[in-house]
Ligand binder design. Structure first.
Ligand code: ARG
Length: 407
């Protein structure tokens, strides 16, 4: 894509931090006009002044800087898909970074097309999954676009060399606030890695956590919330209708205040290495727990079993950056078919770091009290049990009669 004035143009995924601030200058040195984009994904703590960060990019020389509010889109598209899939990588991590990249990529590609940029640049390192996601997802949306990951190869490998680079170029960056961790945040949670966490025997220091209180300091009284779902989507809390974004924000508060939502795991990255990762995902873990419980009431056992296999496959596919792929689309079609009857309410009880389901109800319940009860009103035909066992066990009886031990 040529830009009208003849100078090549790039759109940079800009966070306002040291790496991507250096990148503005570095790309200019390479002869690019730099357009920046920052996405508001509802990051709960730092980087919340999205407009201010966009202004900073302009001050650093960006020819245009975009701040896009994608909070509702992120929740209504990515989070809703993840809930239908009970999406948890390695059965533990609800994919917060992996879910945000497809939305960021979509907006980067749109801006690139609108601004006539030939390339997209990001500040991901060469050791992580996010570089893979940006590259695969941007190119799936526009195969002609170039994706540049200069941080992978440039000479500014240490933070101090970056600070020197900034000083030499007169770049004003607030490099004094050096966090010991690498953090990625959005409304679906917080990922924390590096620093002391790199030794898996170290306890996560207290400053690892920001969305959740220490369970020991959580209130001494249990706290209940009721989440309502319609066709697999969360639609209400305690009977009040809310958007998915509002529900996620609300549950982050409630669950976090009760010390629920911490994850500490060794994770297998796509790029081949194991990494110690901590996550805080109070709302994500709560909603998935409630959704799984509701599914047990609304879906037959064989559908649940088939779905579980596909859930693990879906989580890996999304983790691996294949959001925009025929495989993911096919998994989603299966999940969409299963979600039609997943409506009802689930009551969660938080208590000092735990979250348990203590009530489920649904207009689509296939739990049949008459069949289940041991009390009055039993409708189960016990006389059918005898014939069932004769036929169900038949292959095993034949085997035992030929090969079974006589002892
Ligand atoms: N390991 C997680 C993932 O791959 C979290 C990545 C966090 N990203 C970051 N830039 N700190 O999804």
């Amino acid at each position: 894509m040529a830009n009208g004035e003849g100078k090549k143009k790039v759109v940079l995924a800009y966070s306002g931090g040291l790496d991507t601030s250096c990148l503005i200058y570095w790309l200019q040195d390479q002869g690019y006009d730099v357009v920046t984009m920052i996405a508001n994904l509802g990051q709960p703590t730092d980087r919340s002044d999205i407009a201010g960060i966009a202004e900073k990019a302009t001050r650093l020389g960006a020819v245009a800087s975009y701040a896009v509010d994608v909070r509702d889109e992120f929740c209504d598209v990515a989070v809703v898909d993840a809930i239908a899939a009970n999406g948890m990588y390695e059965n533990k991590y609800p994919l917060l970074s992996a879910l945000s990249r497809p939305i960021i990529a979509k907006h980067l590609v749109e801006i690139a097309q609108k601004e006539g940029c030939e390339a997209i640049a990001h500040g991901c390192t060469g050791k992580g999954n996010d570089q893979v996601r940006f590259e695969l997802e941007c190119k799936a949306l526009d195969p002609s676009i170039k994706v540049l990951g200069p941080v992978r190869s440039w000479e500014l490998t240490t933070r101090s060399s970056e600070i020197e680079f900034c000083a030499a170029h007169g770049i004003q960056v607030d490099a004094t606030k050096k966090s010991p961790y690498s953090v990625d945040e959005n409304v679906w949670g917080r990922a924390i890695e590096c620093g002391l966490l790199e030794d898996p025997w170290n306890r996560p220091p207290a400053d690892t956590w920001q969305m959740t209180v220490d369970p020991a300091d959580a209130p001494d009284e249990p706290c209940e919330v009721v989440i309502g779902f319609e066709a697999g989507k969360p639609v209400s809390v305690d009977g009040t209708k809310m958007s998915v974004l509002q529900i996620v924000q609300h549950l982050n508060e409630v669950a976090g205040a009760n010390g629920f939502g911490r994850i500490d795991m060794l994770e297998d990255r796509l790029v081949g290495l194991k990494s110690r990762e901590c996550y805080e995902q109070p709302a994500a873990l709560s909603i998935i727990k409630a959704h799984q419980a509701l599914e047990t009431m609304c879906l037959p056992g064989d559908v649940l079993a088939a779905k579980l296999d596909l859930e693990h496959a879906w989580a890996r596919t999304v983790y691996d950056g294949l959001w925009y792929s025929p495989l993911k689309e096919a998994y989603d079609a299966f999940f969409a078919s299963t979600q039609k009857t997943v409506s009802g309410e689930v009551r969660l009880c938080y208590y000092k770091g735990s979250c348990t389901v203590n009530g489920i109800r649904s207009p689509h319940s296939i739990y049949d009290h008459g069949l289940a009860t041991y009390d009055e009103g039993d409708t189960f035909d016990r006389t059918a049990a005898e014939g069932f066992m004769q036929l169900f066990g038949l292959p095993n009886y034949v085997w035992a009669s030929k090969n079974g031990s006589k002892e």
